[in-house]
Ligand binder design. Sequence first.
Ligand code: SF4
Length: 54
Amino acid sequence: MAKDILDGVICDVNNCVYWEEGNRCSADEILIVSHRGTKASTVEETDCQTFERS
Ligand code: SF4
């Protein structure tokens, strides 16, 4: 059975259990956080907390 794909999310992290061909994400939802509390100044300061190593 095909996994549901999270619309609108493109992800390069291909060793995540939720990663699918075409750089898609099959998680039900994702949580993105900033390394600097609730604000970020650059893209490098953000990351996906839903990541689980495959
Ligand atoms: S959970 Fe996060 S890291 Fe994993 S595939 Fe989805 S967007 Fe990428």
